[in-house]
Design a protein around this ligand. Sequence first.
Ligand code: PBG
Length: 325
Amino acid sequence: MYLQRRNRILRKTAAIRAMVAETLLTPQDFIVPLFIDEGKGQQHEISSMPGYFRRSIDGTVKEVKELWGLGIRSVLLFIKCRDELKDNTGKEAWNPNGLMQTSIRAIKDAVPEIVVMTDVALDPYSSYGHDGIVENGEIVNDPTVAALVRMSLSHADAGADFVAPSDMMDGRIGAIRQGLEENGFTQTGIMAYSAKYASCFYGPFRDALDSAPGFGDKKTYQMDYANRLEAVKEAQMDVEEGADIVMVKPALPYLDIIREVKNAVEVPVSAYNISGEYAMIKAAARMGWINEEKAILETLTSIKRAGADLIATYFAKDAAKLLNI
Ligand code: PBG
């Protein structure tokens, strides 16, 4: 048999495959979501996220040092707010001595070089479990944006490198950028959750922070998963309004959207490999149905191949260890 081209030549040995691999995963690609709780010496495994923990600040700081040592360069902070502090204004979100603000300072003190990103949305602080202020059963846009600006400013003041609005209100990126500028925070970045879909895969995360919506769902602000062009519009508008990084979330059921956004904007694109995606791999591995380590690396590589420059993932530490071998 005569063949002009034999594609298997480039697959012949591990060395050749490594030479021609188009996508290379590194620990620097990862953003590590961290769940933070009050108290001291607290460590709580999230039931629907086996192997993942919510920790008090002391344990979180220890974890961050370890992550830095593994080559990871960035963390994304989420806090669990005590029920008594929740209300419909979200005002605990900009308490200068709140759990988030204290955590930012503690992490920056311990590992000054690590890039600290913070979740900006009202849901952990909302008595309704919604990402915005509720009036007559409706999540009202503009008053929520004003609250998100206050929240962002207080994170910037505590030392956050990037604020990461995950709420999907209209106009919040422009308003936050203006707020940062007017208050002298000219070095603070914005990672916008630009295309955040109303997804069933957020379930385990809501267990982690006890932040499930008290009524209804999030479909009047998070995107309809049937839509593709809308994601491009959202990302482009966020860039115009001043986003430094745009995000697509979730990641795995939305690889097409990651590529679409990557082709449409000229800022780095991140993707959030979310809690439900983590839980699915963990569950299948526990059943002995898939090889966990291989599933982690294949999944994360696919997200990067789709176009993500950065990946927020609960597998970051495991993956960094696998990649560092
Ligand atoms: C809320 C927020 C959610 C996640 C990050 N920020 C959940 C939601 O929108 O209900 C989900 C992350 C995950 O599932 O891993 N602002």
